[in-house]
Design a protein around this ligand. Structure first.
Ligand SMILES: Cc1cc2nc3c(=O)[nH]c(=O)nc-3n(C[C@H](O)[C@H](O)[C@H](O)COP(=O)(O)OP(=O)(O)OC[C@H]3O[C@@H](n4cnc5c(N)ncnc54)[C@H](O)[C@@H]3O)c2cc1C
Length: 493
């Protein structure tokens, strides 16, 4: 074990994570009289909202994932350490992190935890093998390989005279912004980008299906925009199946059960999971030590000033927190991290505490295809080209790094004005790396599912999860329609 305590007598701030919370929190401390150590398990900052564009060949991974070390190179009081944080000791005020079997322990005076969330399969983790999620660069590249690979396999099969419908069927699970954007882009790929590239298949005959257990598309956008988005998707040729709970996923297909008990199977090799999130397991560690409860998605309840109960020196921000029904969006993480940084700096200067954290909803948007998007900013509801231009402007502002902005614009011009995609390269490593590694690591026993466990999980999914998902979606839509999104519980009706 090696201790990596930073040298010097200054106040030591440790930041866990290099995502929106981690990066913006660290940057907000640039003028503070502190040393900041950012510990993260990747060497890059990831702009997750554009992962689907990496998966569908519009952008390169480098454009949405600049090296954190480079981003922070001119911030003299910040250093970056690569490592997976495995433990936080709230009493000893230390963070333990590992990289390639090497353990490091870093001490802190103040801690900002911004470890985000991972994919949730609602207790059916075995689905992951056949329906990858989209949370990391690895995920997006794997999906790119699977999507473009499916067209290749279809071309080969069709040339032999085989039925290739299952290869030309793409199912996206989850009709939130990520699922909507993904389905829209696959439809554009099939109908525009690839239409002249194959000889034995007609890519325009590809079937793109968007599935959700909720009764509407884009619940956080409210009923009206949800309906509008659904119509736009259907106009693009996307089939939207609502009230459909996924009950099984295997190599060749996906099975769904509707509310009325009807079961439907779709034969498809390409399934994409964009349905649920589970907060970082670090939340559990923090919960066990502080007594702060976790919700079902593993999010930890924090004080109104984003600190842990009994630990004013520990702030938790972003996707990990359960506070006032705040959504899991980038702005919650950014604003929370800036608030925490300001509080840390203020305390050192002897300033009084800030009022409780208040999220300023700057709006939400989801792109459906080129020139089509939906957006809500305050009471304003926008669709079509205006919403799309707004989406373009906002994403350009928030992509990190000038170079990345320039190249992203270039690639958008190629994809949106032309019909090309600059980043169609796929490799076997991308397609098979994750599953091959999982097999190597855990051995053959992990490759067969336990029938009892599988049935129990499936039962749970059908009975409790459906009701929960539906009520969650309805509540989100209701809060949006009533203009009460992000308001503290006491102020909501
Ligand atoms: C596909 C997709 C599309 C999205 N689209 C939008 C959108 O359009 N608009 C929007 O506002 N939001 C969107 N979001 C949500 C938004 O990206 C998140 O709300 C935001 O990233 C949360 O910020 P965060 O700092 O809490 O977590 P993250 O940005 O996820 O950062 C977590 C960081 O912690 C690191 N980490 C995790 N565990 C550990 C550990 N144990 N040790 C060390 N490091 C660790 C990770 O590597 C990462 O650097 C999208 C999310 C996804 C996945």
């Amino acid at each position: 074990m090696a201790a990596t305590q930073a040298a010097g007598d200054r106040h030591q701030v440790v930041v866990i994570g290099s995502g929106f919370g981690g990066l913006f929190g660290t940057k907000a401390l640039r003028r503070a009289d502190v040393d900041v150590t950012m510990v993260a398990r990747t060497t890059h900052h990831l702009f997750q909202p554009l992962l689907y564009q990496v998966a569908t060949g519009i952008l390169s991974e480098g454009e949405i994932a600049p090296p954190t070390r480079e981003v922070l190179s001119s911030q003299a009081n910040a250093r970056v350490l690569l490592g997976e944080v495995t433990a936080v000791d709230l009493e000893a005020r230390t963070v333990t992190h590992h990289v390639l079997g090497r353990e490091n322990v870093t001490s802190y005076d103040s801690l900002i935890v911004a470890a985000g969330a991972g994919q949730s399969y609602f207790g059916n983790d075995q689905f992951a093998e056949y329906a990858p999620g989209m949370k990391s660069i690895d995920d997006a590249l794997e999906l790119r390989g699977r999507i473009f690979g499916a067209f290749e396999m279809a071309e080969l099969g069709a040339a032999r005279g085989d039925n290739v419908d299952h290869l030309l069927t793409f199912v996206v699970v989850g009709a939130g912004p990520t699922g909507v954007e993904m389905a829209g882009q696959i439809a554009e790929l099939a109908h525009r980008t690839l239409r002249r590239d194959f000889r034995s298949i007609n890519t325009r005959s590809a079937r793109v299906v968007l599935v959700d257990a909720a009764p509407q598309v884009l619940p956080p956008f409210g009923a009206k925009l949800g309906a509008k988005a659904q119509k736009e998707l259907e106009g693009l040729g996307v089939e939207v199946l609502l009230g459909a709970m996924v009950t099984d996923v295997d190599e060749r297909g996906i099975e769904m059960k509707y509310k009325d008990g009807r079961v439907e199977r779709i034969n498809t090799v390409t399934k994409i999971w964009a349905a649920g999130v589970q907060a970082s397991p670090l939340g559990r560690t923090l919960s066990e030590q502080s007594g702060a409860p976790l919700d079902r998605a593993g999010r930890i309840s924090v004080n109104p000033d984003l600190t842990l109960p009994g630990h004013p020196e520990v702030f938790v921000v972003g996707d990990m927190i359960n506070l006032d029904h705040l959504p899991g969006v980038a702005q919650v993480a950014i604003q929370g991290a800036k608030y925490a940084a300001k509080e840390i700096e203020g305390r050192l200067k002897g300033k009084p505490a800030q009022p409780p954290f208040k999220y300023r909803d700057k709006g939400s948007m989801a792109i459906i295809s080129r020139f089509r998007a939906v957006a809500m900013v305050g009471k304003l509801r926008l669709t079509g080209v205006i919403a799309w231009l707004m989406w373009l402007a906002v994403h350009l502002v928030y992509i990190t790094g000038f170079k990345n902005r320039v190249t992203a614009v270039l690639h958008w011009l190629i994809s949106f004005l032309g019909r090309g995609r600059s980043e169609r390269t796929t490799t076997e490593q991308q397609i098979f790396g994750r599953t091959a590694l999982a097999r190597l690591k855990r051995g053959a026993t992990d490759l067969v599912s336990e029938p009892g466990a599988y049935d129990a999980a499936r039962q749970m999914l059908e009975t409790t999860r459906r009701a929960e998902l539906e009520s969650q979606a309805l509540e989100e839509a209701r809060l949006t329609d009533a203009g009460q999104r992000g308001l503290p519980a006491a102020e909501r009706v």
